[in-house]
Design a protein around this ligand. Structure first.
Ligand code: ATP
Length: 503
């Protein structure tokens, strides 16, 4: 079978050092990934572009960096401890554990077919889709357990405490209790010292609302932005870094006067959609999907997702819309909840108008890893260069702002002082903060191809003419066109081109 687009992207990601399986030499750890030398640059560039466009280029948004472990009451107030759960289902045929709300839909009562144990050589089994209206995403069986809620928060304990010892001390008393009471007692023991890894960065902005207000002289409408790791014990993880248990978010809470919230919701929905396009993502693979009323969180007035058409494989072939970012109108829910639980007044007093109100919040919440995966998929292209020789070029067409390496620098040959001159130019580019890569091995055509696979927008070749005319050849990644540029102006030349691209 020919390789699918996604398999090719995964292969390239590993081969070129974008994404590796975590702890690979020990067999890997499910749903955990590491970013290699090119991947780390790509993700940093995405986060930098987000920070620059959301914080540095605006006078109404400030930044924040909160701790990952917060007071457990934060999660009590936000509702995460009680309700941050997904419906978990077990497949009785292949033993897969999956999320009911993400499982393939099927008409209740219709025929479901699968192979015994989910094995491709297993006996063919015929079944029926149950009243829940979905089947196992792995084997297609309709023989499923009932749904139960599974909390996604990662729990740990803070300080020199050992809940295990307390549990051991309580074992005898526990044995006398019925299972429900035993569970409750155990939850109490663990809960005494439990803290949680944050499942989103947003709560940090709400609990610091007063701190930011009092220290930064901001007033509504204003935003607080944060970029950092979040953790969710996801039931189903899949498709490389699309859904993992440890991931990075880029979130902003925009506080506005009630009554102006609809306008700001429209504003941010459009602005965030345009942001992906401004970084070169293909418009035809992007869409804004408003949430159905039934999908909305109980406190949300409106929500829209920016979705990208990923080349994931599924039952219908290749391609699936996946969320990159959600923009929600969270009204005053979060500030009110934290006000109730903490006893602190989180309202805002407008001195000019003598008005007091609890601001409404518009939240654009994006994922850095999902964005990196989407930009990687979107950049991936194969081009037939020479049909007779079946010469196909693989190229990553990253926007220059996102490209991990901006310029490949090559001496045409490894003699006549060309490597020295190339290294001198490389140093000049690096000194300007233009991440560049030196390569002197192999034919020049192969070096170009390697840089195409790394997604570098430009390559520079130093040849005999560099010494005589002080010029170099600049080769464009996308058009493969070449032009001569004065060597002495090289850093200015690329700085200008990067500036023109919006960097
Ligand atoms: P989903 O419906 O895909 O689980 P969500 O609606 O729960 O996502 P949010 O809570 O709105 O996601 O988080 C904001 C963003 O954080 C998402 O749009 C996504 O880009 C990113 N994100 C959320 N969960 C994960 C995850 N498990 N792995 C990678 N990125 C994630």
């Amino acid at each position: 079978m020919p390789e699918s687009t996604m398999q090719k992207i995964v292969g390239l990601a590993k081969r070129r050092g974008f994404i590796f399986q975590s702890s690979e030499i020990y067999g890997g750890l499910k749903a955990c990934y590491d970013y290699g030398p090119l991947g780390v640059e790509l993700k940093r560039n995405i986060k930098d572009a987000w920070w620059r466009d959301m914080v540095h280029r605006r006078d109404d948004v400030v930044g924040l960096d909160c701790s990952i472990i917060m007071h457990p009451d934060v999660w009590r107030a936000s509702g995460h401890l009680a309700g941050f759960s997904d419906p978990l289902v077990d497949c009785r045929n292949c033993k897969e554990r999956f999320r009911a709300d993400k499982a393939p839909r099927a008409v209740p009562g219709s025929a479901a077919a699968c192979r015994e144990g989910g094995r491709s050589d297993g006996k063919k089994l015929a079944g029926v889709v149950g009243p829940q209206g979905y089947v196992c995403p792995v084997c297609g069986s309709g023989d499923l357990s009932p749904e139960r809620q599974f909390n996604l928060m990662f729990r740990t304990s803070l300080g020199p405490v050992d809940p295990m010892q307390q549990i051991l001390d309580a074992v005898d008393a526990l044995a006398a209790l019925d299972p429900e009471a035993r569970r409750e007692k155990l939850a109490g023991i663990i809960g005494e010292t439990a803290v949680y890894l944050r499942p989103e960065t947003a709560q940090g902005m709400f609990v610091n609302f007063l701190n930011v207000l009092n220290s930064s002289r901001v007033k509504p409408p204003f935003g607080v932005a944060q970029c950092g790791k979040s953790y969710r014990n996801e039931i189903t993880t899949s498709n490389l870094t699309f859904r993992t248990c440890e991931f990075e978010q880029m979130e902003m809470e925009f506080f506005v006067e009630p009554g102006t919230d609809d306008r700001w919701f429209e504003y941010w929905s459009k602005a965030r959609f345009e942001w992906y396009k401004s970084l070169g993502m293909r418009a035809e693979r992007l869409r804004l999907r408003p949430h159905e009323q039934s999908e909305l969180a109980h406190y949300a007035k409106a929500c829209v997702d920016v979705e990208y058409f990923f080349p994931f494989e599924n039952q219908d072939g290749e391609g699936e819309w996946g969320e990159l970012e959600g923009i929600a109108n969270r009204i005053d829910y979060d500030l009110r909840k934290h006000s109730e639980h903490s006893g602190k007044d989180l309202s805002y007093f407008e001195t000019e108008t003598k008005k007091r109100y609890t601001p409404f919040v518009i939240e654009p919440a994006a994922g850095a890893d999902r964005a990196a995966l989407a930009f990687l998929c979107d950049a991936y292209a194969e081009e037939m260069i020479d049909r007779e020789k079946n010469d196909v070029r693989t190229v990553l067409r990253f926007h220059p702002r996102l490209a991990p390496v901006k310029v490949g620098v090559f001496p045409l040959v490894k003699k006549d002082g060309l490597p020295e001159k190339a290294r001198e130019l490389l140093s000049q580019l690096m000194a300007e903060g233009i991440n560049s890569f030196y390569d002197e091995s192999g034919a020049i055509g192969r070096r170009y191809r390697r840089m195409d696979e790394a997604g570098a927008p430009w390559c520079v070749t130093i040849d005999a003419g560099t010494k005589t005319e002080d010029s170099v050849t600049v080769r464009e990644r996308d058009s493969m066109e070449q032009s001569r540029v004065p060597a002495g102006r090289l850093a200015d030349y690329f700085r200008d081109r990067l500036r023109l691209s919006g960097a």
